[in-house]
Design a protein around this ligand. Structure first.
Ligand code: RAM
Length: 526
């Protein structure tokens, strides 16, 4: 189901000092030249889906000449985020017509079997990475101005002329990232699959670190608050680029809705602009992002300056979004709270849990800011909210939390209630084990939700099971050939997409980078 928010005449409130701080922290991008590695083909097998076939080394390209209808697929050996360059020369008579090319960029090889003309999803088709080029003077060295996210490049010659053929050489990508060096404590376990998972996580994060923490380098290429929280946590045990987190924190606090609500996402080009989307859980979690940043960096000044904005998000929810039962009021099908992309997921119980979870971080911030009044207020409020969660959402017969007026049972509600510590540790553990056996129909769809599931298992003492699940989920992507992790992964459904078509799914998506955080924090020697 389409989910977006459009506000006519969207008005913002700006704190110019904060935006100036964010602007001053704009990072430099490190460049790396990566050459094409080999040639491949992709076939669509009716039973097993698309299959990749190696076709030999990249040197073979120099013996190939292309005319109307010819195609070649070039593999860069690993996922890249950057700018493509190549040289096109001619063979035969003098060229008597421009060369006309279609380039298709693919993060994973099966994207090359998808036909953009058949796209019928609800996100813009413009996200599909294709380019049509006319080369009017040959030979020509082309450097595409747009940044692409890809491992595979398909060049299709739509036309030359009968008098000449094209040849391609010097194909390379100038890859960009602001991440710098991985200087965290490395994952030191001996398990080969876990090592690969750590490596792909770090690569995913690295590529998504650009002028801001982008959610995905193919799509949406912008800063989302929920994604930022997980990226920042992983960043502290890898690149330790504190300034990039600081910049993003100042962006969110520097431009908000008129009433102080924080946008769920932020554009940084061509100028800084908050989006007209509000997601309650993302806004509440700002407290957690700020606390994590403070804990990792020790930057008291930033914490003190941004603490009011974090508390404001909590206060707005407490003052304007609660019902008479001390529960967050259900906004039904509107795009008001994220949690996960599960079809039909009711957000009410999850929102209550995120509120409680975020308030714990707000209390820590309030203590650090010596705001005694808020510490007391939140501490007593949190108990009321937990009690309300148990009274309104716990279903004794099913032994699980339910959500909304239709009393929906979902994975997301159970996981967030565990993270909110609404039950004691043993009860939470039993709840998760029971949920696994029951396997609610409203499943987990994104690695974002899976991360929270793993986090919840660890919190209630199920470290071994958490590691098994981590390995099964992220290892499944590795086994499917991933060298960066995806936006959406359902081991049982390769066609899963929240957008009505897998063509706009992103395959280097930041909220999927957390295994490096989990492995390096909880399982260093496993
Ligand atoms: C999608 C993106 C992003 C996420 C939002 C809610 O557009 O994948 O990562 O945070 O949804």
């Amino acid at each position: 189901m389409p989910a977006f928010s459009i506000i006519e005449n969207f008005k913002v409130q700006t704190n110019q000092e904060f935006l100036d701080k964010a602007a001053a922290l704009e990072p430099a991008l490190y460049e790396e030249t990566v050459t094409a590695k080999r040639l491949v083909t992709v076939t669509a097998d009716a039973d097993n889906g698309p299959v990749l076939h190696p076709q030999g080394r990249i040197d073979a390209l120099s013996d190939m000449a292309f005319q109307k209808g010819d195609k070649v697929i070039i593999d860069f050996g690993a996922h890249q985020t950057g700018y493509l360059s190549f040289t096109a020369t001619t063979q035969g008579s003098h060229y008597d017509a421009p060369a006309f090319l279609k380039l298709k960029f693919a993060e994973v090889f099966w994207e090359l079997t998808e036909d953009a003309d058949e796209y019928n999803g609800w996100l813009s088709r413009s996200w599909i990475q294709e380019e049509w080029l006319h080369l009017r003077i040959l030979p020509d060295t082309v450097r595409l101005p747009a940044r692409y996210a890809f491992r595979y490049l398909q060049i299709e010659v739509i036309d030359t002329s009968p008098k000449y053929a094209l040849k391609f050489e010097q194909i390379f990508c100038t890859s960009v990232s602001s991440a710098g060096k991985d200087q965290g404590r490395p994952y030191q376990g001996r398990d080969e699959l876990l090592k690969e998972i750590d490596k792909a996580s770090v690569k995913t994060l690295k590529e998504c670190m650009q002028k801001v923490f982008e959610d995905g380098v193919k799509r949406d290429r912008r800063l989302w608050l929920g994604d930022l929280r997980l990226q920042a946590r992983t960043n502290y045990v890898t690149f330790q680029n504190y300034d990039l987190v600081k910049r993003c924190l100042y962006l969110f606090a520097g431009m908000t809705f008129k009433d102080g609500r924080m946008s769920a996402c932020f554009f940084h080009e061509p100028q800084l602009q908050a989006d007209d989307t509000y997601l309650l859980d993302y806004a509440l979690l700002f407290a957690s992002v700020l606390w994590d940043y403070y804990e990792a960096s020790g930057d008291t000044e930033t914490m003190l300056e941004l603490y009011p904005a974090a508390a404001e998000q909590i206060d707005i929810c407490l003052n304007t979004m609660m019902d008479e039962n001390h529960t967050v009021s259900d906004q039904g099908e509107a795009f008001w709270c994220f949690l996960d992309w599960g079809e039909g997921l009711n957000k009410q119980a999850g929102a209550q849990a995120v509120l409680i979870y975020s308030m714990r971080f707000a209390i820590r911030l309030a203590e650090a800011a010596k705001d005694e009044r808020r510490v007391r207020q939140y501490a007593s409020e949190i108990e009321i909210l937990k009690k309300a969660a148990r009274e309104q959402f716990w279903d004794e017969t099913q032994g699980m939390f339910v959500s909304g007026s239709m009393r929906q049972v979902s994975w997301a509600s159970q996981v967030w209630m565990v993270l909110a510590e609404v039950l004691d540790q043993e009860q939470s553990r039993q709840l998760l084990l029971h949920t696994r056996r029951f396997h609610p129909a409203v499943r987990m769809v994104t690695p974002y939700m899976y991360h929270h599931y793993i986090d919840a298992l660890i919190l209630c003492g199920e470290e071994e099971l958490a590691l098994e699940e981590l390995k099964r989920f992220w290892g499944g992507m590795i086994q499917a050939g991933a060298d960066t992790f995806w936006e959406v992964y359902d081991p049982d459904n390769r066609q899963e997409s929240p957008y009505g078509s897998t063509m706009v799914n992103s395959y280097c998506h930041a909220w999927s980078c957390t295994p490096a955080y989990l492995l390096r924090t909880f399982y260093r020697h496993k």
